[in-house]
Ligand binder design. Structure first.
Ligand SMILES: Cc1cc2nc3c(=O)[nH]c(=O)nc-3n(C[C@H](O)[C@H](O)[C@H](O)COP(=O)(O)OP(=O)(O)OC[C@H]3O[C@@H](n4cnc5c(N)ncnc54)[C@H](O)[C@@H]3O)c2cc1C
Length: 400
């Protein structure tokens, strides 16, 4: 059986490991759009801050990839899918025939056109090449502007905040991480960030970036203010990497549509990770979770199914933990659901702790914890099982 795995992120690598284990005689070609050995994207902020050396960015040593039947094609991205011929065309001109194909080409930063967006001071943080460039440019930078206020914006700020350097957030919403946190939890996290030198510009957008003076640029905001900046980081969300598929007949909306086994609308073609649209564990609605743990789970299941198993992947439970200067915030499930929900909040400003349970028709659908996340594992289990909660106090009393 000839397998082609497109993408060497967590989804592609988990699939490679599964196929090898399930079918040692399989022929597998692992293709990555980027040159060099696969690295962990999630670790890039720690590389940027200098906490992690380059070597620790790599999830596997070179020997892990060397095995009979495995061929590596790094730095040669897929450009076309020819479904009738069951072939993938690579940028270098080669055609790879497959019996089973995994599309795990991940996502890329969403860019927005704005005057000055192509100035040399403007960057993104998505690839190792981005992180290397940013690390060089950040040395000596005193004023950094981050356009965006989502997870990557927060992680970049965490990496770039340092004594003698100010990091400004240009945040269109009224608070940071508005897709993950409610106002109360965000306020606690923002307080810790501000104490570390972050400046939040809420409810305002970036209008233009102008060159100068000297090596700096000036970021103009929609309310007329101007921020001098050595470095501008654009972190406005991500988009699944599907453009290369052109008009290949694969059903898609935001991501590729897959069934429970992660097979797309084309037989023998699977999708996993940031390109796949899957049901949310809580709402059942299709989502692209864009989370590391989900990519690994999906890659593992897709790989086993490519090798002949017939397994179903669990619906995605969205959960994330955010740590800043030892302050921890956890968000689980869908705590921002509006319709028919009852929210139980407990806020202790003095201790900077907050916990919130969100119930819908008596069932736990989401939770946020800030300052103390010891209940996160327990809540995760309740969410996964769709447990009914009669009295929120009983949940807190049951926390181990
Ligand atoms: C800075 C940063 C921090 C993050 N932190 C967290 C976190 O704390 N927690 C969390 O859950 N998630 C985090 N994420 C998100 C997480 O990294 C992604 O959800 C995860 O990497 C998705 O895995 P994937 O395998 O689907 O795709 P990716 O990891 O994006 O890998 C895609 C692979 O496909 C390759 N590729 C792209 N196009 C092509 C093509 N045309 N042909 C062949 N190969 C191609 C790429 O080169 C790459 O090898 C973070 C992301 C970033 C950028």
């Amino acid at each position: 059986m000839r397998h082609v795995v497109l993408g060497a992120g967590p989804a592609g690598l988990a699939a490679l490991a599964s196929i090898r284990r399930a079918d040692p005689s399989a022929r597998i070609t692992l293709v990555s759009g980027e040159p060099g050995p696969p690295y962990a994207r999630m670790a890039l902020p720690y590389y940027l801050s200098g906490e992690l050396s380059g070597r620790l960015l790599y999830p596997h040593p070179a020997s892990w990839y060397r095995s009979p039947g495995v061929e590596l094609r790094f730095g040669d991205p897929a450009e076309e899918l020819d479904l009738p011929r069951r072939e993938v065309l690579l940028a270098g001109g080669d055609r790879l025939r497959f019996d089973r194909l995994l599309i795990a080409t991940g996502s890329r930063p969403q860019l927005r056109e704005a005057p000055g967006i192509h100035l040399p001071q403007v960057h993104t943080l998505w690839t190792l090449a981005d992180a290397r460039r940013l690390r060089r440019k950040a040395a000596g930078a005193q004023e950094v502007v981050i356009w965006g206020a989502g997870m990557v914006a927060f992680l970049a700020a965490k990496a770039l905040l340092a004594p003698g350097r100010r990091v400004h957030f240009v945040c269109r919403a009224e608070h940071l991480l508005r897709r993950a946190l409610d106002r109360e939890a965000a306020a606690l996290l923002e307080q810790v960030l501000e104490e570390a030198g972050a400046v939040l510009h809420r409810g305002v957008n970036l209008a233009e970036i102008r060159p100068g003076p000297g090596k700096r640029c000036r970021v103009l905001l929609t309310d007329g203010r101007e921020l001098p900046s050595d470095l501008v980081l654009v972190a406005l969300g991500v988009l699944p990497n599907l453009d290369w598929l052109g008009d290949a007949p694969l059903a898609r909306r935001q991501g590729l549509l897959v069934d429970g086994s992660l097979e797309t609308s084309a037989s023998g073609v699977f999708a996993a990770g940031d390109v796949a649209e899957v049901p949310d564990c809580i709402t059942g609605e299709p989502v692209v979770p864009a989370l590391w743990s989900v990519a690994v789970d999906q890659g593992r299941v897709a790989g086993l199914n490519m090798a002949g198993h017939r397994l179903s992947c669990d619906p995605a439970l969205r959960a994330n933990t955010i740590v800043f200067h030892r302050y921890v915030v956890a968000t689980l499930g869908c705590p921002l659901l509006q319709d028919g929900t009852v929210v139980h909040r407990q806020l202790d400003r003095a201790r900077r702790t907050y916990r919130c349970l969100v119930l819908s028709r008596g069932r736990l659908v989401g939770a946020i914890l800030a300052g103390d996340v010891t209940a996160a594992g327990y809540l995760r289990t309740l969410l996964r099982r769709g447990v009914r909660v009669a009295d929120p106090d009983e949940v807190w009393e049951a926390v181990p």
